[in-house]
Design a protein around this ligand. Structure first.
Ligand code: SF4
Length: 281
């Protein structure tokens, strides 16, 4: 496939989930400039209109043109793409560069009002290049869904973008060290500055400590509003903790944190949502 075709497919992969997410969230219907629509029409092969898919052969002559969404047109897609490439090439931590499969930049909507931050990629995330896709990730997806969002509507990232290395012969994952997180934090800071979320949820104590740069205790911070550079920050348990402690009481604690997040975002909350995990608590 030509490099133009690859770039076009990458652009489609980026744009379609964003547009689908915006379409679902009727409060922010997607709009495009007339010029952008004309450029899109000009570069889309005829096969796309009838099938919704682009045949590789049709992509050979495609010229890539940047799309501009007028409702959010602040150049952030282009800036995020540049940042993405810088992070993917990052070699600040030699020991992680030599052990990682790839850098895990983050995934989701560049215009997300809600950002979930975890500590670091695990083995599965390192292999697939996407955060929160293992069992804990599947539970996070359920939480996101219970909040009436999709993964495409929000953004998910880690404090550390590379999987913490393991001693030779050992499997599993380890927590990132404070120094590793401090080295990587400027990347997340730049992501946050570009995405401009209204609320950040820190998943687990390590993520809270990575963001704030100092030791905390979960008992002190969970369920309380903190601040990250002017953005409200809600610390809650990591989904992996809930997998180890599957009591209604623990699930309810996380859910109460998410209710606070929904209230902060001005999202409607149903009676059913308010009563999740209350039955036997
Ligand atoms: S962990 Fe972060 S700072 Fe270290 S090499 Fe990976 S991307 Fe760079």
């Amino acid at each position: 496939m030509s490099s133009n075709a690859e770039e076009f497919q990458t652009a489609l992969k980026t744009a379609l989930p964003i547009l689908q997410g915006m379409k679902k969230n009727l409060r922010r219907a997607p709009k495009a400039t007339q010029a952008s629509l004309q450029r899109l029409q000009a570069i889309l092969p005829a096969s796309f209109e009838s099938t919704g898919k682009v045949a590789p052969a049709a992509l050979k002559s495609v010229a890539v043109a940047p799309l501009v969404l007028t409702s959010e047109d602040d150049g952030r897609l282009a800036k995020l793409e540049i940042l993405n490439r810088k992070i993917l090439d990052c070699t600040h931590c030699a020991h992680l560069v030599s052990s990682r499969t790839q850098v895990v930049f983050g995934v989701g909507n560049p215009f997300a009002e809600l950002l979930f931050v975890g500590e670091a990629p695990g083995e599965e995330e390192d292999l697939q290049g996407e955060p929160f896709i293992g069992k804990a990730g599947q539970l996070l997806t359920k939480i996101i869904s219970a909040m009436e969002y999709t993964r495409e509507e929000i953004f998910i990232a880690n404090v550390l973008k590379c999987r913490p290395d393991m001693p030779v012969g050992e499997s599993g994952n380890r927590k990132p060290k404070p120094a590793e997180m401090a080295t990587c934090l400027p990347w997340l800071k730049q992501q946050i500055e570009l995405i401009k979320p209204k609320v950040i949820v820190a998943l687990g104590l390590t993520a809270v400590e990575g963001l704030l740069g100092e030791p905390q205790t979960m008992r002190d911070v969970r369920g309380k509003w903190l601040d990250y550079n002017g953005v409200p920050l809600m610390p809650t348990y990591h989904p992996a903790y809930l997998l180890r402690n599957q009591t209604l009481a623990e699930k309810r604690k996380v859910w109460e944190d998410m209710l606070l997040v929904l209230e902060k975002l001005g999202r409607p909350i149903s009676g059913k949502q308010r009563s999740y995990f209350l039955e036997k608590v």
